[in-house]
Design a protein around this ligand. Structure first.
Ligand SMILES: Nc1nc2c(ncn2[C@@H]2O[C@H](COP(=O)(O)OP(=O)(O)O)[C@@H](O)[C@H]2O)c(=O)[nH]1
Ligand SMILES: [Mg+2]
Length: 462
């Protein structure tokens, strides 16, 4: 990355710039310790600290060039090479005052440090071989995580879970290359038997391994992104009551005044730690009488197309009406949707003709009868094996997916060429390209613009 000069000592606030009890300011680079020595004084004796030892914390006064105290704080010393960036690193824990933080940064800069750019600490970790590009990206995912499963999956990715799968692929490709090159260079030597059939078998098995990384990634992503549920039904069937029952709060306004839910609200709840994002919608009318209702129905339909599950709610206490039939007909037009029909208000007298509904859950938000059946039907969307995949495997992002898909195209091409008994030199060339493609996923990449793109998504101080 052209603008990142790795010779500089860099410093940045790693926590948000806001008033808080404490903040973390991190400095890394060859002058980090020297600069710390110039500005830190023992908080008890007020003497300079001659020698900073590795992995020790020091209680210090930071003094500016006029010897005025900026703050009394703890610094943590981490010496190269066992640090995040691999370089000498000093972490300051000042009070979370914006004035103090800015004075501290300014002071370090006056002694030769430079303010870090976005993602520059992680960039150093990458450049110094501490992290692969995939692991660096996973750090970004950890910070951006919106739920516990997302952070768990990204932490495992950061710790190298995907890397290990990619490395296994690379080993496999290397073995295939050895097989092919052995035959090219020593066709007479049969210690490793060669035939196109053996080669094809190996290539097919490699393809299976790539396929399974992509498949596993889909499962992991399905789990971490959770499931979107939309609640649809005519007014007053109890949509908002169901919403509240599932999120276990009184977020949505429940009322017997028709049309209370105007703006859609959404919340998250967890079943076996899998996040479900649920959306309450306005009533579904056959005939909208005003613009708000027209907009409401339009948005309900949008929710229905975007979500993974539709809870279609009907009211046992009322007779089946035009609006109900309108909803049933609308749902019939949707394809590949998971629709759960719910007959709510099971505690009341029956006025509803259920012959129009094939399978339905009988529910009462008052007595909670049917709630566990409903939750179980959400749970049933996930197989036990999905969770096992989640616990063992990793996910790929768009960049990684692109390379894996490219790898598949190359493997398929190799299989085809082998089936047609192409010259082995030609196949070997493709396998080398394949090797480079996999290398791009988690190896060191040269393309500056790709690296720029990746690290520019980071925040400063990361
Ligand atoms: N008896 C009974 N009444 C319910 C039940 N669920 C909701 N209600 C009532 O039905 C009315 C409409 O509920 P609400 O959740 O606002 O319906 P929405 O318009 O579909 O969002 C309210 O008076 C609720 O108290 C239930 O299971 N049994
Ligand atoms: Mg409502």
């Amino acid at each position: 990355m052209s603008e990142y000069d790795v010779k500089d000592t860099i410093i940045a606030l790693s926590t948000p710039l806001a008033k808080s009890a404490l903040a973390v300011v991190r400095m890394t680079g060859k002058d980090a310790i020297n600069i710390a020595k110039k500005i830190c004084f023992n908080a008890i004796t007020d003497k300079k600290i001659e020698k900073f030892e590795n992995r020790k914390s020091y209680y210090v006064n930071v003094r500016d060039k006029n010897n005025v105290i900026i703050d009394e704080l703890v610094v943590l010393i981490m010496l190269s090479p066992n640090t995040f960036t691999s370089e000498d690193t000093v972490e300051f824990f000042p009070h979370g005052s914006i004035v103090i933080i800015e004075a501290l940064l300014e002071l370090a800069v006056s002694y030769g440090a430079r303010l870090a750019l976005k993602g520059e600490f992680t960039y150093r970790a990458y450049i110094n071989g501490r992290l692969s590009i995939s692991e660096a990206e996973a750090i970004h995912d950890v910070i951006e995580s919106e739920n516990r499963l997302m952070s768990e999956a990204s932490i495992y990715k950061m710790k190298g879970r995907l890397n290990r799968s990619i490395d296994t692929l690379k080993e496999y490709v290397k073995d295939i290359l050895i097989l092919v090159e052995g035959e090219i260079d020593f066709p007479e030597d049969d210690t490793v038997p060669f035939s196109y059939d053996i080669l094809i078998e190996n290539l097919k098995s490699l393809r299976g391994k790539i396929d399974s990384i992509l498949e596993n990634s889909k499962t992991v992503q399905k789990i971490i992104h959770g499931v979107k549920i939309a609640i649809l039904g005519k007014v007053n069937v109890g949509k908002s009551s169901i919403f509240n029952m599932l999120v276990e709060s009184n977020r949505a306004i429940v009322s017997n005044i028709a049309g209370t839910t105007r703006d859609f609200i959404h919340e998250v709840f967890y079943v076996d730690s899998i996040p479900f994002y649920i959306m309450d919608t306005a009533g579904f009318h056959a005939e909208a009488s005003n613009e708000i209702e027209i907009e409401g129905i339009k948005r309900s339909k949008e929710c229905a197309t975007e979500c993974d599950i539709i809870l279609a709610v009907f009211d046992k206490s009322t007779s089946i009406e035009k609006d109900d039939l309108f909803l049933i007909d609308y749902l019939a037009t949707l394809q590949n949707k998971n629709i759960i029909y719910v007959l709510n208000k099971s505690d009341s007298e029956n006025n509803f003709d259920t012959s129009k509904l094939q399978n339905f859950i009988s529910l009462s938000t008052k007595t909670l009868q049917g709630k566990s059946e409903m939750v179980n039907s959400f749970r049933a969307l996930f197989k036990q094996s999905d969770m096992e995949v989640f616990n063992k495997e990793s996910y790929v992002n768009l960049r990684e997916k692109g390379y894996l898909e490219l790898a598949i195209t190359i493997v398929d091409e190799c299989i085809k060429k082998s089936e047609d008994n192409y010259m082995l030199d030609n196949v070997a060339e493709d396998i080398r390209t394949l090797n480079n493609t996999l290398f791009n996923i988690n190896g060191k990449i040269d393309a500056n613009d790709v690296i720029d793109e990746i690290f520019s998504k980071f925040c400063i101080g990361k």
